[in-house]
Design a protein around this ligand. Structure first.
Ligand code: TMP
Length: 218
């Protein structure tokens, strides 16, 4: 079946406020009478959330870059099959906290894995699905990492963040540059929003970007 709902992804470096903006956007769209599904990567499904634990647990510090890549893709394949495609096919708007661009930014630019190979496996995991709109929240990595480590604390046993947040600054710098490069290559899909001002200010910008893409469900 062809998709009919809109697929919006929010991306960004650590601590950029994606999760907050996904939730605010979902609330706003529901107020407008739009049927919305919010999900995240890695995660969203039962299997995906289990894979998230493996990927982000600081105790798995020996995970190889290729094993890491495959786990992100396994979570994505399940998410697309179980949540994203069925929701879009039934006309719902899907908001996803990270998607394929994160793999190119983190495993490609960050870890240095081959970008073309990542695109090919992404294509398999997503069944060729691309977001209609991607909002890239951009901020400097020092501010971002300190915000992420202070506020998220998903793995409370580690005071310097989860397995990926703990990577060195150079890694996070490459990820940020990778995201910016992706936005440069696909300006019609990926819009960069600098994280300055309040959460409400950013939310207003996000709403203004999403508005043209929406069609109310009956
Ligand atoms: P988050 O839920 O806070 O965004 O955490 C997810 C982490 O996983 C974050 O550090 C980015 C990383 N990640 C990748 O490295 N590759 C991917 O494909 C995805 C979706 C996330």
């Amino acid at each position: 079946m062809r998709k009919s709902g809109k697929f919006i992804t929010i991306e960004g470096v650590e601590g950029s406020g994606k999760t907050t903006q996904c939730a605010l956007l979902a609330d706003y769209l529901r107020e407008q009478g739009i049927d919305v599904v919010v999900t995240r990567e890695p995660g969203g499904t039962r299997a995906g959330e289990q894979i998230r634990q493996i990927l982000l647990s600081p105790s798995n510090n020996a995970l190889s870059p290729i094993a890491e890549l495959m786990l992100f893709l396994a979570a994505r394949a399940q998410q697309v099959a179980e949540i994203v495609l069925p929701s879009l096919e039934s006309g719902k708007c899907v908001i996803c906290d990270r998607f394929s661009d994160a793999t190119i930014a983190y495993q490609g630019y960050g870890r240095g894995l081959d970008l073309d190979s990542i695109s090919q496996v992404n294509e398999i995991a997503t069944q060729g699905l691309k977001p209609d709109l991607t909002i890239l929240l951009d901020l400097d990595i020092e501010t971002g990492i300190s915000r992420a480590v202070t506020h998220k604390r998903e793995f409370r046993e580690s005071k310097d963040g989860d397995r990926i947040e703990k990577q060195d600054k150079e890694f996070h710098r490459r990820v940020r540059e990778g995201y910016i490069e992706l936005a440069r290559r696909e300006p019609e899909r990926i819009v960069v929003v600098p994280v300055t001002g309040s959460i409400k200010d950013i939310h207003r910008i996000v709403v203004s970007l999403v508005a043209p893409f929406l069609v109310k469900t009956p």
